[in-house]
Ligand binder design. Structure first.
Ligand code: IMP
Length: 181
């Protein structure tokens, strides 16, 4: 069991499982984009870890940029998406891959997607390490998914609990019986 701040977490997805899955997704991206020089736009802060490993496994030419927006505080989504910072200026005609650490309700990407499309992107695909299908509330396609998970709160590998736990190498889930510890 692992303690992060005031909460207890248990093992969930091992580092080896993550690395294997990241490699598989990178291979899919290699196949899918070949000579198209995709622009990967990762959503900070959570996706920093995933995008670093993913991009290191991709063998085609690609570019990486970051945007920042936040909709989450504590262990429950605040459903208050803020402004998008850092969207690259020239997206016209580019093939974009939006990279997230986790898609929960899907609100964050619902806000980001139209902004990227409006900027003239030729295509926009979504790649997320984790997806909570039972929480997802929208109908846009999520092309690359690392792992589908239950509606558990998780930390590690970029994901935080009030900014703690991001640097853990594996993913841990909140112990249900200690939610209110
Ligand atoms: P959405 O907008 O509801 O899809 O939430 C997406 C964002 O919420 C992610 O980028 C994370 O920052 C955060 N988030 C959602 N679920 C979790 C979780 O289980 N642990 C940590 N952060 C989460």
């Amino acid at each position: 069991m692992l303690k992060v701040k005031d909460k207890y977490f248990e093992d969930y997805i091992l580092q080896t499982q993550i690395q294997k899955r990241v490699k598989e997704i990178a291979q899919q991206i290699d196949q899918e984009y070949k000579a198209n020089n995709p622009l990967i736009i990762a959503v900070l802060n959570g996706a920093f870890r995933f995008v670093a490993d993913l991009s290191s496994q991709i063998n085609i030419d690609c570019e990486v940029a970051f945007v920042r927006l936040s909709s989450y505080q504590g262990t429950e989504s605040s459903h208050a998406v803020k402004e998008v910072f850092g969207l690259p200026e020239n997206l016209k005609g580019r093939k974009i891959i939006l990279v997230e650490d986790i898609v929960d309700s899907g609100l964050t990407l619902k806000e980001l997607l139209p902004k990227v499309k409006k900027a003239g992107a030729a295509s926009v695909d979504i790649c997320t390490l984790l997806l909570k299908p039972k929480a997802f509330q929208y109908d846009y396609e999520i092309k690359f998914v690392g792992f589908e998970i239950e509606n558990d709160f998780v930390v590690g590998y970029g994901l935080d609990y009030d900014e703690a736990g991001r640097c853990l190498n594996a993913i841990y889930k909140l112990k249900s019986d200690t939610k209110n510890v």
